[in-house]
Design a protein around this ligand. Sequence first.
Ligand code: CMP
Length: 153
Amino acid sequence: MTDTASGERTLVLIKPDGVRRGLCGDVIARYERKGLKIAAAKMLLVSKETAERHYDEHKAKPFFPELVRFLTSSPVLALAVEGRNAVAVVRLLNGATKPWEAVAGTVRGDLALALTPNVVHASDSVATAQRELPLYFHEKDFVSYQRVDETFL
Ligand code: CMP
C-alpha cells in the first residue's frame, strides 16, 4: 500500500556510497525538514536477486551489471518515506539522476559527482513505489505516528 493517511509512500535507498560516506543523517534530515515522515527504515545488504528485480527495467542497458554490482557491494539504508505528494517531493529533493545536472540544494547537487554512486535512489512514480517497497519491507514494518508539526504540513 502506498496511499496512507499521511499521503503517498515512496521508497528511498541511501546507496552504498551514501552509507559509506556517512551521508545518511544529512539525507534523512532533508526529508524530515521538508515535513516528510519516515514510516520504515532498514539497513541491509541487498541480494543479487533483489537488485536484479529492483532494476529490472534497466536489464537490457549496458550499465545494468555495474548497477547490480554496485548496489550489492555494501549495505544500503532503505527508507519508506511518507507525506503529501511524497513521490514527487522526494525526487525534487534528490535532484537529477546525473549529479552534474542536479541543481545545488538537492542531495545530488550538493553531495554527488558520479552516475552510479549517486547517493540515493527513489521511486519515480506511485506505481513504481508500489512495486519497489515490497522488495525491502513487509507490511508489518511500516509504523504509524503523528509528527507534532502535522497541522502545518
Ligand atoms: P537510480 O535512481 O538508482 O536508477 C537507476 C540508476 O542507474 C541511476 O540511479 C544511476 O545510478 C544508474 N545509472 C548508471 N548509468 C546510467 C545511465 N547511463 N543513465 C541513467 N542511469 C544510470
